[in-house]
Design a protein around this ligand. Structure first.
Ligand code: PLP
Length: 396
């Protein structure tokens, strides 16, 4: 083929989730939008907090066009990086400086940059813990490295440490963790993070090189019932935090986030330079200028998480009452539910007959489960229970 085959493959196959979303739009045109129950996407429905709109309005009035829309420095405005460092230090008792942050176009960019910065050979391996965000495979493989997957701990959706220990080897460059988790809704406990830090610390000694934790944290603030999300750099020095404002500030289309390279990380100055170099090589130039200024003013703000909690409770109670086996989410906005037949793809196809659009977890590396995204209208959840009931009955 004259074109890059790997890229051609990626571009000609839409992700299964996008495919389902497009199907939902087609069905809505036929049967009416109110009769389609689309639980496919993780697009935040809770509005951005007021400070976002207020700041945008003020910035457009006060700033000249160069300050507002011009290029920023590649690593991001110093005011933005300073604001993030101060906020994290006040919240977590850490000691980050502005120069530890590289502002990106959301978590997807943060992850791509992180993998490119770390990968040095086609023998390199990154490890994901199932269930995992499927794009990790795309981002890792784009560097020439490979992605290995630790099977899910389907009891608690923490980490199967015996399986992880077996998988780590001399080629392991990093372990990707995502907590609160998409798709399970689990939050890794302090014990889990401590155990992970201990295991990787031992493996670093054994193999004589750093093994990074890549902490993918777009859902950090979206947690329920006072659950604590441990701040990973406090437990493990060789951590890269990949953060995004897509979910916390409901800004997924605005593309803004950051990578945190803590000074405690191995040869952190070189690592930061490699991060900046990866951003450059991938052509990011700089993150969107206006959004950089917005997040500088909106540190510590989130959309109304209580609205997601209301949806979680409504959906969890409704589905378990019907008889579905659900993992009660501690964070993010996804419910992980046991498929009613072994083949979750087939189950999701059957659900489509009731116009229920739910996502098979085969793509998340966790067969036998489906993901139901509840960042949706409360009314749609209420209307969907009849269809869920009908679906359940067909398996009895
Ligand atoms: N990581 C996880 C676990 C996600 O769920 C998502 C988006 O849904 C991303 C990364 C990418 O987020 P962003 O919009 O910030 O690129």
């Amino acid at each position: 083929m004259i074109y890059n085959e790997q890229m051609y493959e990626l571009g000609s196959r839409r992700s299964a989730i996008r495919e389902l979303f497009e199907y939902g739009k087609q069905r809505a045109a036929i049967v009416g939008a109110e009769n389609v129950y689309d639980f496919s996407l993780g697009n935040p429905t809770v509005p951005a907090p007021d400070c976002v709109d207020e700041t945008i309005r003020r910035l457009t009035e006060e700033l000249d066009c160069i300050r507002l829309h011009g290029y920023t420095s590649a690593q991001g405005d110093i005011e933005t990086r300073t604001a993030i460092a101060e906020f994290l230090n006040n919240t977590h008792g850490t000691h980050f400086g502005a120069n530890d942050f590289y502002i990106t176009m959301g978590a997807a960019a943060s992850l791509s940059i992180a993998f490119h910065a770390l990968a040095t050979s086609s023998e390199d391996e990154f490890i994901a813990i199932a269930p995992f965000f499927p794009e990790y495979k795309v981002f890792v493989e784009a560097t020439g490295a490979s992605l290995k997957v630790v099977p899910a701990d389907t009891k608690e959706f923490q980490i199967d440490f015996a399986a992880l220990e077996q998988m780590v080897n001399v080629h392991t460059k990093g372990v990707i963790i995502n907590s609160p988790n998409n798709p399970s809704g689990a939050v890794y406990s302090v014990q889990t993070i401590e155990r992970l830090a201990k295991l990787l610390g031992e493996k670093e000694k054994e193999y004589g090189h750093p093994i990074f934790i890549i902490a993918d944290e777009p859902y950090r603030e979206i947690v329920y019932d006072g659950v604590e999300v441990p701040f990973v750099t406090k437990y493990y020095n060789n951590t890269l935090v990949c953060y995004s404002y897509s979910k916390s500030l409901s800004l997924p289309g605005e593309r803004i986030g950051y990578i945190l390279v803590p000074q405690e990380a191995y040869d952190s100055k070189a690592l930061y330079a490699a991060v900046a170099g990866a951003g450059r090589a991938l052509g990011y130039v700089c993150a969107p200028s206006m959004m950089q200024k917005v997040i500088a003013q909106c540190q510590g703000q989130t959309g109304d998480v209580e609205l997601y909690k209301k949806n979680r409770d409504l959906l969890y109670e409704g589905l378990t009452k019907i008889g579905y086996e659900c993992f009660k989410p501690q964070g993010a906005f996804y419910m992980f539910v046991k498929s009613l037949e072994e083949d979750a793809d087939a189950f999701c196809e059957r659900a489509k007959e009731e116009d229920l659009l739910i996502v098979s977890a085969n793509g998340f590396g966790c067969p036998g489960y489906v993901r139901i995204s509840y960042c949706v209208d409360e009314d749609m959840i209420k209307r969907s229970f009849g269809a869920f009931e009908k679906l359940y009955q067909t398996y009895q």
